[in-house]
Design a protein around this ligand. Structure first.
Ligand SMILES: [Zn+2]
Length: 361
């Protein structure tokens, strides 16, 4: 049950006091106080944060990393990473890697909110602008984010002629990738309308996979391996070119959208000059492929309801499991079971309420 040596790579997305604009907030957003508590917990556990690119360079050179090393990642480039995550990281003296998708950058704002403006931010919704990303990425004392690419548009692609449902006014935001795939240029404001902005309700939702992970089904046929490879290569090359132009640096890491990739895509990333990419299933141990980063989600409401004490122990267990102490998995299992049971109960209650409403009407 014990196999030491794993290096946890903890991943967050949104850090917000008001994340209702995100249809996947329940799965991917944590409250600022939760992130604050989790980072304090890492310190209490004797963990030290290492910059991921530095960690990868050490692994490639077969140099050891100190025991207790952890890596911190933030995905998708939400504005709340500027508003909330950056000041919290700075307070804890920690540095993280921020992965942004090119076509979600918001238009430049004349006076971006300051990093210390945590009391009453003007807004929680939306994405970072390149101006804000550039400030976050600037070297110097107090630097909290190393910015690296998370693809161009974060879309999925159809992988067969099968449909798995239809877009409705209620579900279209959960399937936002269909709108993103049809939108030209920046998609930073995709969530601002009540109705689907491009692809209308009633349209079939195809069976799909993350765009860089699989050949796309289009025009009645699947892409050939060569077509798929050239699509992946074009996206990785565009990220490199745009990072050079906008941030003046060559990206070293790549985060596969939706944590999905393929062996072919990994090979292309290496050929395009990326030192390492995400979506591994290991524990970042010495002896594992140093070009693969394995990550674990850091969330909240682990047992299905807001409880700081349970969440703190769940976070502790997540880190210890990744480090190789599998006894802690029992706690993760218990929280997962509680969450599943509560979800089922809530669904049952909702269905019975709907039946009562229907009878009343
Ligand atoms: Zn993402």
């Amino acid at each position: 049950m014990r196999r030491r040596g794993g290096v946890p790579c903890l991943t967050w997305h949104s850090v917000s006091a008001e994340a209702s604009w995100l249809p996947w907030a329940a799965e991917t957003s944590v409250r600022p106080e939760t992130l604050d508590r989790q980072l304090a917990q890492l310190q209490q556990m004797g963990c030290t944060v290492m910059d991921t690119a530095e960690f990868i360079r050490r692994r490639r050179a077969c140099r050891p990393v100190p025991e207790g090393t952890v890596l911190l990642h933030f995905d998708d480039g939400y504005l709340d990473n500027w508003v909330a995550a950056a000041p919290i990281l700075r307070r804890h003296g920690m540095q993280a890697t921020l992965f942004v998708s090119l076509e979600f950058a918001a238009p430049e704002r004349p006076a971006p909110q300051t990093l210390d403006d945590t009391k009453s931010p003007a807004r929680w919704d939306g994405y970072l602008s390149w101006g804000e990303i550039r400030v976050l990425d600037q070297a110097g004392p107090g630097k909290v984010f190393d910015v690296q690419p998370h693809g161009v548009d974060h879309i999925r692609v159809p992988v067969s002629p099968r449909a798995v449902g239809h877009l409705t006014r209620e579900n279209w935001k959960r399937h936002a990738w269909i709108q993103w795939a049809a939108m030209r240029g920046s998609k930073h404001d995709w969530y601002m309308t009540e109705t689907p902005p491009v692809v209308p309700a009633g349209t079939a939702i195809p069976e799909s996979d993350a765009a860089l992970a699989a050949p796309a089904f289009a025009g009645g046929a699947l892409e050939t391996q060569a077509e798929y490879a050239s699509r992946v290569r074009a996206e990785l090359a565009r990220c490199r070119t745009e990072f050079k132009a906008r941030l003046g640096k060559t990206p070293e890491l790549f985060c596969w959208p939706q944590n999905r990739t393929s062996g072919l895509a990994r090979r292309i990333a290496a050929e395009e000059g990326y030192l390492a990419t995400t979506a591994g299933q290991g524990s970042n141990r010495a002896g594992e492929d140093p070009s693969v980063i394995s990550r674990v989600h850091a969330g909240e409401n682990a047992a299905g309801f807001a409880n700081a004490w349970i969440d703190t122990w769940h976070f502790h267990a997540t880190v210890r499991c990744f480090q190789g102490n599998s006894y802690w998995y029992l706690l993760i299992l218990a929280a997962g079971l509680s969450k599943a049971v509560l979800k089922r109960l809530r669904k049952r209650r909702q269905r019975s309420r709907q039946r009562q409403d229907a009878r009343a009407a």
